[in-house]
Write a protein that binds this ligand. Structure first.
Ligand code: NCD
Length: 307
């Protein structure tokens, strides 16, 4: 199979295992391309992509833009902070104005869950969700799966723990959908106030003890505490959170096996993981960033109907 079953990438929930495998296989070829002296292919030279970022981002925005440039697409960038959104323009008006300039694909990050899906039903362009509120962040889950596969091979039967602020995390939800489609056993770990009640209905197990979780897993994906989405206090203090759920080198080295450490970034060094953990040889955090470009190239290449 060399085609995706969808026209847009709105979330991992809406794609099949075959779609995931196709994207990850295609990304392998692109990883080879971006490690060549000339890191560019002409595949999307007839395509114009608009990156619409209504919410802050460093990694994801730069990663998408680099991926587009490596594919020779024309790129326009929009960030809400410096746009007419501040003058009261609606999302649909903003996007339709951009599309009137003949844009073929839109990569969008928005603080509202469902924003990408809303757009996909109303405008005539391919939509890639680069994060919608606390809902989904599909390319992050795909690059995470790609990075795990590089280390572990086939992920079927592997044990992956997602640790921290599950409640406010779109990375957690997209990872859960993606890993389950690939046959992984997923456990979430964090304070009960940061674990949504419905989570077990998604087929994951819940553990509140960090050490037990780390002893169980092959990979620990440490999430950032999303303070900007927390309107009430979910735990007494950052210090207490770190004492119970922070990973330091002492704890990591005391485990009975060597596990892989991941983090989607941005890291709060000293909160969810200490600097020596982030920078140690078990951490694949920078591989995740490198692989993000290859995976996003694959997603846009396939959505554009190339094979
Ligand atoms: C994540 C995000 O924005 O959803 N970061 C990212 O895209 N690399 C996670 C986060 O902000 O903690």
């Amino acid at each position: 199979m060399s085609h995706l079953s969808v026209n847009h990438l709105l979330g991992i929930k809406y794609i099949t295992k075959q779609d995931i495998e196709l994207i990850l296989d295609t990304a392998k070829n692109f990883k080879e391309v971006i490690n060549r002296p000339i890191k560019k292919v002409p595949s999307l030279r007839d395509i114009t992509v608009a990156n619409l970022f209504f919410e802050n981002s460093t990694r994801t925005r730069l990663s998408f833009e680099l991926a587009q440039k490596r594919l020779s697409a024309d790129v326009v960038n929009f960030t809400a902070a410096s746009s007419s959104v501040k003058k009261g323009e609606t999302l649909i008006d903003t996007v339709n104005n951009i599309l009137a300039m003949k844009v073929d694909m839109v990569v969008m990050r928005h603080s509202s869950a469902g924003a990408a899906e809303f757009l996909s039903k109303r405008v005539n362009a391919k939509i890639v969700n680069a994060g919608d509120g606390a809902h989904e962040h599909p390319t992050q889950a795909l690059l995470d799966a790609f990075s795990m596969q590089e280390r572990l091979g086939d992920l079927k039967g592997k044990k992956i723990a997602i640790i921290g602020d599950i409640l406010h995390s779109r990375v957690a939800l997209s990872n859960i959908f993606c890993l389950q489609k690939l046959g992984v056993q997923v456990k979430v770990c964090g304070p009960t106030t940061l674990i949504p009640k419905y989570i077990e209905s998604l087929g994951v197990t819940v553990e509140t003890d960090l050490r037990k979780t780390l002893e169980w897993c092959d990979v620990a994906n440490m999430l950032r505490i999303q303070l900007e989405r927390q309107d009430i206090k979910f735990f007494p203090s950052i210090r207490e959170y770190t004492m119970l759920y922070g990973l330091d080198k002492k704890l990591l080295d005391s485990l009975s096996k060597k596990i892989i450490i991941m983090h989607p970034g941005p890291i709060n060094r000293g909160v969810e993981i200490t600097s020596d953990v982030a920078d140690c040889s078990q951490s694949i955090i920078l591989d995740q960033v490198e692989n993000g470009v290859a995976v996003r190239m694959a997603v846009m290449f396939l959505l554009a109907g190339r094979q």
